[in-house]
Design a protein. Structure first.
Length: 323
């Protein structure tokens, strides 16, 4: 899919920021047909701010699953839907509130789409506002209008796109407090949002370690054949085992670290990642440990400490956002 990259003073300044990069540093997004009328939209390399989306259509109506972190990328997603022959989305489901999945909502709402999400997703979208701008101020986001869900649910919601049944359900606090799993039972396809990363390090500071483990059990019970993760290539349910092993690893490190009186940063620095070293964004380990510590101690998450410690684990450099 062809695209153009614009240069602005902000983008030029970003070239001087260690660890910063932009759209030209990663491959173009691509569409993966999964079943008649069902497609995944993958944004390589799946790292920070490069999420997946998807769409379901019967030729008359289209349901979009998640958007993108910048106006430019949301427009590329809109173009990909159109290139498939599907009509413009009239419904957009957000799997959670993080800006890489929701910043593009305004592009589709401007065309008349209704935004759908868990009640907690709407609440957090409004509460955090331009969240990505605060972490990566040099990124050229475009004119992002924070657009929360206007149709919300609490436990589950079933939609029908022609003959295709689309079930939405909330697994409980996991990746965030307002996650949504999108399940197509007839096609046996599940869009997990960031409950699952394929090839990237799981990330739970905004949710729950125990809740993430429970969510994995719910995903397994679906008996899906195709898994569209929040980041990384489309895969199969074997990815659930990888994510669980990593979360159990974090659980063990946190228990031992707390018992020894070690800080999350100290534990992360000393940890032997073993096979998990192959996962991208290994600096997320310290953020995950902060979550585990906060849960065990019954205290609020110290988000500034999470961001500071992840940068420290990233060699003292800002986290690399490719959006």
């Amino acid at each position: 899919m062809a695209s153009s990259t614009r240069t602005s003073p902000t983008a030029e300044a970003a070239s001087d920021v260690p660890g910063a990069s932009g759209p030209s540093a990663v491959p173009e997004p691509y569409t993966v047909p999964l079943a008649p009328g069902v497609n995944a939209y993958v944004q390589p390399d799946g790292g920070w701010c490069l999420n997946n989306a998807g769409f379901v259509t019967d030729g008359d109506r289209t349901l979009l699953i998640d958007t993108a972190p910048t106006v430019r990328r949301a427009e590329l997603l809109r173009d990909a839907v159109a290139a498939s022959g599907a009509p413009a989305p009239s419904l957009v489901v957000n799997t959670h509130h993080h800006g890489d999945h929701t910043y593009g909502n305004g592009v589709f709402a401007a065309d008349g789409a209704t935004i759908i999400g868990h009640a907690g997703c709407r609440e957090q979208t409004l509460a955090v506002g331009h969240q990505l701008h605060a972490i990566w101020p040099w990124v050229e986001y475009g004119d992002v209008h924070i657009t929360p869900a206007t149709l919300t649910y609490t436990d589950s919601l079933t939609l029908h796109i022609g003959d295709t049944e689309v079930r939405l359900f909330h697994p409980g606090p996991a990746h965030t407090v307002g996650d949504t799993v999108v399940w197509l039972p007839e096609q046996r396809i599940v869009f997990t949002g960031d409950l699952i990363f394929n090839g990237g390090t799981p990330f739970i500071p905004f949710g729950s370690l125990d809740g993430s483990l429970r969510a994995l059990e719910l995903l397994r019970e679906l008996d899906a054949e195709v898994v569209v993760p929040g980041h990384g290539q489309v895969t199969d349910p074997g990815v659930f085992d990888t994510v669980e092993r990593y979360l159990r690893f974090v659980e063990g490190l946190a228990a031992a670290g707390r018992a020894a009186g070690r800080s999350p940063l100290e534990v992360a620095r000393e940890a032997d990642l073993g096979g998990f070293a192959e996962l991208k964004e290994s600096e997320r380990l310290v953020g995950n440990l902060h979550r585990a510590y906060a849960d065990a101690e019954g205290v609020p998450l110290d988000l500034p400490a999470v961001l500071r410690d992840m940068a420290e684990m990233n060699g003292g450099r800002p986290l690399a956002c490719h959006a």
